[in-house]
Design a protein around this ligand. Structure first.
Ligand SMILES: *Cc1c(COP(=O)(O)O)cnc(C)c1O
Length: 362
């Protein structure tokens, strides 16, 4: 095997090496069955154990009660943009959205196909470089739900406080910060996340749904797109991403082993601090992009003051074993995605490289 590099891509993203190793062995032979994990039946006893364990470990880690179901769906977070209003936003009704970037905007666009959308706050006035103050928000009376994007992968902002929506269900796109910290999950009615950012490979979308949401279904929707269908069938209405669910199960096992969300949050905060401190300490050379109190601990966006050096930075980082540091094509600049599986060592290596690069080019 070639040398592993540090993977700072925003998604699909880095996974723990021990997870990749165990998965690779089971691609050859799963549990001595003489079968690969990528060829066993989704109706087999062995896979049934895998999917149940992945869901129950996830529930344990998140401290979720029996009133919540964990689903493993397909179609990406992007299908959730459409499924949520299709199920929960009746004609003539209003859903409230907070617009904090490209993914929120996409979610809003889908919702408008089904009902009214009230954008209760937006940070578009400053290029999405901050999270609106959640304490001053006014929600629509009788809104069907409030939708937010907890971490804005492209811009590098993150909600550090959540709005109090009272009786209105709070729906959260947690794709890029799912399971990165301890949160009181009871305040959310529906949480969804494309697995490929923080908990697994591409091809699975995790949906956590409070079961009382099922009483709020507003219209006839295709059976495959009804949450009820997947809750009733435990994500086995049709063939799920067998391999994807299996790898998520391994990631849950890894998270439990290292000490759960409390410990991963501690490590994530340490990694983020190292990186932001480096940027702030070298502010004559690097520049953080977003407001300090909105900074994401998952996606760290920054610029080089002399922007023409950014391409060289990305190139040289790659030569030094660090890939994926180019910012999203819509905003440019630099971005280091430091999800759960990015090691402290990886971040320290990047910080050393940043210091050296600044010294040589300053
Ligand atoms: C990546 C991402 C998406 C889109 O996910 P897909 O699985 O590609 O549909 C949506 N929201 C956020 C916050 C993301 O980071």
């Amino acid at each position: 095997m070639g040398k592993r590099v540090f993977n700072f891509y925003a998604g699909p993203a880095t996974l723990p090496y021990e997870v990749i190793k165990e998965a690779s062995e089971n691609v050859l032979d799963f549990m001595d069955l003489g079968l690969s994990i990528i060829e066993i039946s989704h109706r087999s006893k062995e896979f049934d154990d895998v999917i149940k364990k992945a869901a129950s470990d996830m529930k344990d880690l998140l401290n979720l009660g029996d009133e919540y179901s964990v689903l493993f769906l397909q179609g990406g977070a992007s299908l959730q943009f459409a499924m949520i209003p299709m199920n929960f936003l009746g004609e003539g009704e209003t859903a409230d959205y907070i617009d904090t970037g490209r993914w929120s905007s996409k979610a809003i666009k889908e919702a408008k196909l089904f009902g009214n959308v009230n954008v209760v706050a937006s940070s578009s006035d400053k290029n999405y470089t901050y999270i609106p103050d959640v304490k001053t928000l006014k929600f629509t009376d009788g809104a069907s739900y409030v939708h937010i994007t907890s971490n804005n992968t492209i811009y590098g902002t993150q909600f550090h406080q959540f709005p109090d929506t009272g009786n209105i269900p709070l729906v959260v796109d947690m794709s890029s910060d799912f399971m990165c910290r301890e949160l009181d999950m009871n305040r959310f009615s529906l949480v969804y996340a494309g697995a490929q950012k923080n908990v697994g490979p591409a091809g699975v979308t995790v949906v956590i749904i409070k079961r009382d949401m099922l009483e709020r279904i507003k219209r006839e929707v295709p059976i495959i797109l009804k949450y009820e269908t997947h809750v009733e069938k435990d994500s086995l209405y049709n063939t799920p991403s067998v391999f994807g669910v299996y790898v998520i199960g391994l990631v849950m096992k890894w998270l439990k082993k290292i000490g759960g969300l409390k410990e991963i949050e501690r490590i994530n905060r340490e990694k983020a601090k190292l990186l932001y401190d480096a940027i702030d300490d070298m502010s004559d050379f690097y520049r953080a992009v977003v407001d300090k109190d909105s900074r994401s601990i998952m996606n760290v966006t920054f610029r080089i003051v002399k922007e023409e050096l950014e391409a060289k930075f990305v190139e040289e980082a790659k030569k030094n074993g660090m890939v994926g540091l180019k910012g999203h094509r819509s905003v440019g600049g630099l971005r280091a995605s430091i999800y759960n599986a990015m090691s402290l060592e990886g971040v320290k290596t990047l910080v050393e490289f940043m210091k050296d690069f600044a010294r040589r080019n300053g």
